[in-house]
Design a protein around this ligand. Structure first.
Ligand SMILES: [Zn+2]
Length: 363
């Protein structure tokens, strides 16, 4: 299969390719039905398959679609791992767990969030703690970030609020205030939710079914939208002083970054999927990265998220303006271009091969 053909035009197209790949490689699929449907009424699923040794204690876990619309990227790599003659060979004693479209609603609707407007990568907060971390920066910007109308006048007025914030605090502080996560504005951006989403409960089920015997897990969670075009930044959630961070560098390369250490294009976000996974299979030693592929400049990407939030709060996705907003957000998270796909596949397989080597060397 040619690299371009591994990538898809829609969620349903991606799912079809993933299932066809499972069929051809003879790996069994478990499908988890999402309670919602796509924009064309299509059924939505998270699909899971497993390559390699059945009872392996060493597992590479590859996740696509944590942020819905970002799923085109990871799906293309997962399909290649099933179909491509250039996929790195799975070593003896290692299994590969492919979780396709863990947020299928967001993938199908071209949104970063789940069906409840929740950022899955902020949803692994402790919802029983009685209080959530506050985000004063976001509170200050909330009304401007997702205004009640989306036209030239409201965009100019709200852009000024953000520009003023950036002038006062710096551009990265603006990005951090918006993106670290917030638990107060349910119609806003990067909202972590007030309960576990369907996607979180589904990943909990998958871990229970698939990782009970695992002693070593390498996690590669595919993302897009931050950093240089086509470059895949390996982001490690642990702090630079932790052994897991040193291991991530040894396995995935010296360019592994740490938001906690301030070396990443990402802010130090809270309630992440990775943290959730570590807690779900604490018997395993986790070596984990989010692999973040750049698309467009951050302000352009943020703009599409603001427009999309407005659209689903107060607009009509079927209108001409709605279709334009959808085209823009798709473009911001999935540059549908041959060169970008080649870069994703090359970097993705490099990281999978590194995970194989790291697992093979662990005891
Ligand atoms: Zn993401």
């Amino acid at each position: 299969m040619a690299v371009q053909d591994q990538f898809s035009a829609t969620y349903s197209d991606a799912r079809g390719k993933f299932l066809a790949g499972c069929l051809r490689s003879g790996t069994p699929v478990t499908s988890h039905p999402n309670p919602t449907t796509g924009p064309l009424g299509e059924a939505l699923y998270t699909d899971v398959t497993r390559l390699g040794a059945a009872e392996a204690e060493r597992v590479v876990m590859v996740i696509s679609g944590t942020h819905g619309v970002e799923g085109f990227c990871g799906s293309g790599v997962q399909v290649g791992l099933l179909e491509s003659a250039d996929a790195p060979a799975v070593p003896a004693g290692v299994a590969v767990l492919l979780v396709h479209a863990i947020n299928p609603y967001g993938f199908a609707w071209l949104r970063r969030v789940t069906e409840d407007n929740v950022d899955l990568n902020r949803n692994f907060a402790d919802h029983d703690a009685g209080a959530y971390p506050d985000n004063p920066g976001y509170n200050q910007l909330a009304a401007a970030l997702v205004p009640q109308s989306w036209d030239d006048a409201s965009r100019a007025a709200t852009q000024k609020v953000m520009d003023d914030y950036a002038t006062l605090h710096g551009q990265f502080a603006l990005q951090a205030a918006i993106s670290v996560g917030q638990y107060r504005h349910k119609d806003g951006l990067f909202f972590g939710g007030h309960r576990p989403t369907w996607s979180r409960r589904t990943i909990e089920r998958i871990v229970g079914q698939e990782l009970a015997h695992a002693r070593h897990v390498a996690l590669i969670d595919f993302h897009t939208g931050l950093g240089p075009y086509g470059y895949g930044e390996p982001i490690c959630m642990q702090g630079p002083e932790e052994a897991a961070f040193a291991r991530a560098r040894a396995w995935f390369g010296e360019d592994v970054t740490s938001p906690k250490g301030g070396s990443s294009s990402s802010a130090d976000v809270q309630g992440t999927l990775a943290e959730g996974l570590f807690a779900l299979a604490p018997q395993a030693e986790w070596t984990a990265i989010a692999l973040e592929f750049g698309t467009k400049p951050v302000p352009d990407v943020m703009d599409t998220l603001r427009a999309d939030a407005w659209l689903h709060n107060d607009g009509d996705p079927g209108s001409a303006q709605g279709r334009e907003i959808k085209a823009n957000i798709r473009d911001a998270f999935y540059p549908d271009e041959p060169q970008w796909k080649q870069q994703i596949w090359a970097r993705g397989t490099e990281m999978v091969a590194r995970a194989y080597d790291g697992l093979a060397g662990s005891d």
